[in-house]
Ligand binder design. Structure first.
Ligand code: NDP
Ligand code: GDR
Length: 347
């Protein structure tokens, strides 16, 4: 069904921002997407999706840390729905830049909530919350009621933004909803995140552009889904009758090691593992050549060991369901990275 609604997406240059913009444009929304000023702005994702020049897409320069810009943004974009996807979203970097992460990922959300409260409290607000808020395992699988125990400055900042969203809902009646999304990946994932680092690395090894893939903790377990399906969940969360909190996940968890094995298999290479911890390595089972090495430089000061989410509430109340298997997702990413590396594209 077509609509004339207006949506504002912060962070349109990111993975989710690009997919969500595409989805909302297909639904007939006018979309305002924000990007950060920098010496070389990168629109490769919306270019790849073919929406960069869409007539119903406006691109606006914006920094989430600035309250006055947030007020002006809400004033000029006049959105019915705001999707706050902008964040310093890389957990590893958050240990190096805890203050910047708090400011962007934590306080940034409050700048938008304040702007909404001041200008138009009827605007619906989506906060991109995360399974990182569960952090140290308190229960398996994790659901909306599972106690939080964040294990990184990023997780702590996101938890603050999450509770502020709940607080604005309860204090001012703002339609503020929070999606606690577990890891979701795609060919548009940034290369600093482990799945894309792996699929890009596999492609480079196959094409003789890289000898060995260096990774950190191979034992971490994640619940990985397909980003395109998760942004559809975000939209459903804001179409519900009432503001609420929802977990979006696949309810399957695998180790980083398993994902590496899967990605090499997707490129026709069988991997054998030997050793453990820092001495673990992955070899091509046919030639014996070492293809994977563990490097402690990728270890984090504190790790989230095991994430697995139960999306029953979203299934029941929103009709949302993940459909793509991890094998399909991994293959999609390997194929995309083989293609990009063959073409010499560097994103
Ligand atoms: P990305 O890192 O791909 O995108 C983040 C976006 O935020 C980019 O557009 C980035 O701009 C923008 N941004 C960063 N800092 C600022 C700032 N100060 N002002 C304005 N914009 C800024 O993240 P994803 O698309 O993967 O994730 C979207 C959101 O969902 C994030 O908030 C993330 O924390 C959260 N999340 C993601 C999950 C996942 O598995 N992908 C799971 C759960 C939550 P630039 O391009 O200039 O860097
Ligand atoms: P995560 O994703 O921290 O879960 O946050 P990431 O892909 O960075 O790490 C997943 C797990 O893999 C381990 N790992 C490595 N990670 C990276 N990046 N690089 C490596 O070389 C490497 N080796 C092992 C990590 O230690 C970790 O255990 C993502 C982000 O998108 C967040 O914004 C989001 O909120 C959460 O997912 C849900």
């Amino acid at each position: 069904m077509q609509t004339t609604k207006r949506a504002l997406i912060t962070g349109i240059t990111g993975q989710d921002g690009a997919y969500l913009a595409q989805l909302l444009l297909e639904k007939g929304y006018h979309v305002t997407g924000t990007y950060r000023r920098s010496s070389s702005v990168n629109f490769w994702r919306i270019d790849e999706l073919g929406i960069a020049s869409h007539p119903n897409l406006s691109l606006v320069e914006y920094d989430l840390t600035d309250l006055s810009s947030s007020v002006r943004l809400i004033q000029t974009a006049e959105p019915d729905e705001v999707y706050n996807l902008a964040a310093q979203s890389f957990v590893g970097v958050s240990f190096e830049q805890p203050v910047a992460t708090a400011s962007i990922t934590g306080l940034g959300a409050v700048n938008l909530l304040e702007a909404i409260r001041i200008i138009n409290p009827r605007i619906r607000f989506y906060q991109a919350s995360t399974s990182e808020m569960f952090g140290k395992v308190q229960a398996i699988p994790q659901v909306e009621e599972t106690p939080f125990y964040p294990r990184s400055p990023y997780g702590v900042a996101k938890l603050y933004a999450h509770w502020m969203t709940v607080n604005y809902r309860e204090s001012y009646g703002i339609f503020g909803s929070s999606g606690i999304l577990f890891n979701h990946e795609s060919p548009l994932r940034g290369r600093e995140f482990v799945t894309r680092k792996i699929t890009d690395g596999v492609a480079k090894i196959v094409l003789n552009k890289l000898d060995v893939l260096e990774l950190g903790n191979l034992d971490a377990k994640r619940d990985w889904g397909y980003a395109r399906e998760y942004v559809e969940g975000m939209w459903r969360i804001l179409q519900a009758d009432n503001p609420d909190t929802f977990v979006l996940a696949t309810n399957r968890t695998e180790t980083v090691r398993d994902f590496v094995t899967m990605a090499f298999k997707g490129a026709g290479i069988a991997i054998e593992w030997t050793g453990s911890g820092e001495n673990e390595s992955g070899h091509c089972s046919r030639s014996g050549k070492q293809l994977v090495r563990v490097s402690p430089k990728y270890y984090r000061p504190a790790e989230v060991d095991l994430l697995i989410g139960d999306p029953s509430k979203a299934r029941r109340e929103l009709g949302w369901e993940p459909r793509t298997t991890l094998e399909q997702l991994c293959q999609m990413m390997v194929d995309a990275d083989l293609r990009r590396n063959e073409l010499g594209q560097s994103f």
